[in-house]
Write a protein that binds this ligand. Structure first.
Ligand SMILES: Cc1cc2nc3c(=O)[nH]c(=O)nc-3n(C[C@H](O)[C@H](O)[C@H](O)COP(=O)(O)OP(=O)(O)OC[C@H]3O[C@@H](n4cnc5c(N)ncnc54)[C@H](O)[C@@H]3O)c2cc1C
Length: 380
């Protein structure tokens, strides 16, 4: 693998494309650029799959892996049509560590050009090119693909005093959490994951849900708890206190006790730091001036290009078109080929070569061009 980590400083370097981030989004789109013989580099602040390596040890994928590839139904967690985490990892619900191994394997197999331990701090565009400022010097390119994800940018402003809490992303293992009684704030996937794993550690848990996520059923998996989570929660229903419609307004520290106040007038206290599971602010906070936003989602063209800056693309879970949020791997992987095709055409790669490379992606539901599906609802 072409993976340089021992140089302390890189001179200015010029590429056709720079991808920022070596998670499933960056590696997934990188495989296509490599197949299209495009000159590119992936800049990664840590190592391949770093966010997954930071997951709590006990956390598992909620979307199941299954080797359906031969029947043109690739594993839901695969980032290329011809690989399957179920096949290589031999598990249905990989841990973060497992999945990072899968990402490393894909990256090595395709010999992707990677620079690890390069922390991108700023992206600017002048009249000629993008200038990327990092802790290891400047890089320049004609195109940028932003793939820096969400996990390493936790939401820490959801309520007053949230800095007093432990954010879900700061937990290495639930087995290392001290104390008996715990308050979990936020009841979506990470909140229920925390509750489930704390109960396995024999803790007494109170879950504060600003809505009622257990009762909320939606045909789009992005807006409803996964079956995997519901199956796990079914077995612990009587083992935790669950408050719905209970939005946390503040957390204060008084005499070694954390006091949690809610909008509906409840006051809870705990000797342990509450666990904040209110989600992620996203890496787009680093480059927010390069995109236009509607709510917290960036406005994108039909090619997932910024509507504000041309030749700047977004891949990964922050992609949203109309009501459809592409927040799972099986969703956003269908846009890798759209982005790669657009860049290939703009850089003058011959059409027959592009078609040849994309055929496999098109044949295997890895190419979602028609966005009219983004308004569909399931009927059963
Ligand atoms: C608890 C939990 C469970 C989940 N379960 C599932 C699931 O079952 N199925 C599913 O499809 N999705 C799941 N997700 C979502 C999934 O983790 C994301 O879809 C995925 O991580 C996004 O991939 P990404 O490549 O965009 O981001 P990341 O995996 O976060 O990768 C981004 C990469 O960019 C690097 N980076 C960040 N900032 C910079 C910078 N400034 N400079 C250089 N490099 C940078 C990071 O080190 C990282 O390696 C889950 C998420 C969580 C939190």
């Amino acid at each position: 693998m072409y993976n340089i980590t021992d140089k302390s400083d890189y001179p200015d370097e010029y590429y056709d494309v720079i991808i920022v981030g070596a998670g499933p989004a960056g590696i997934g789109v990188g495989v296509l650029l490599q197949k299209l013989c495009i000159n590119f580099i992936i800049l990664e602040r840590d190592s391949v799959g770093a966010s997954f390596k930071q997951w709590p040890e006990e956390t598992r994928f909620i979307s199941p892996s299954f080797t359906g590839n031969f029947f043109k139904m690739p594993d839901l967690n695969a980032i290329t049509p011809d690989t399957s985490p179920a096949f290589s990892l031999l598990t249905e619900h990989p841990t973060g560590e497992d999945y990072a191994v899968y990402l490393e394997d894909v990256s090595e197999h395709h010999d992707l050009p990677l620079r690890t331990e390069v922390d991108v701090q700023k992206v600017e565009k002048n009249d000629y090119c993008f200038v990327i400022t990092s802790d290891k010097g400047e890089f320049k390119s004609n195109f940028v693909i932003w793939a820096a994800g969400e996990y390493q940018y936790p939401e820490k402003n959801a309520f007053e005093g949230s800095d007093l809490c432990t954010h879900y992303s700061e937990i290495d293992s639930f087995s290392e959490i001290n104390g008996l009684e715990h308050i979990v704030i936020g009841a979506y996937e990470s909140g229920f994951d925390a509750v489930y794993n704390l109960i396995r550690e024999k803790k007494i848990v109170t879950l504060l849900d600003d809505a009622n996520y257990l009762d909320l059923i939606n045909s789009d998996s992005s807006y409803s708890l996964s079956p995997f989570t519901r199956d796990r929660v079914e077995y612990i229903t009587d083992l935790y206190d669950y408050y719905t419609a209970t939005k946390v307004e503040s957390v204060e520290l008084e005499d070694d006790s954390y006091i949690v106040k809610t909008a509906n007038g409840h006051v809870f206290s705990s000797a342990q730091k509450p666990i904040n599971c209110t989600g992620f602010a996203s890496s787009l906070t680093l480059v927010k001036e390069l995109f236009e936003f509607e709510d917290k989602y960036p406005l994108l063209t039909e090619f997932d290009e910024s509507t504000r800056i041309s030749n700047l693309f977004l891949v990964g879970p922050q992609v949203k078109h109309r009501t459809a949020l592409f927040c799972f791997i099986y969703k956003y992987r269908q846009r890798f080929a759209i982005v790669a095709e657009r860049i290939a055409k703009k850089t003058g790669i011959p059409d027959d070569m592009i078609e040849n490379v994309l055929k496999d992606y098109k044949d295997n539901n890895f190419y979602l061009q028609d966005l009219s599906c983004c308004d569909d609802k399931c009927v059963c």
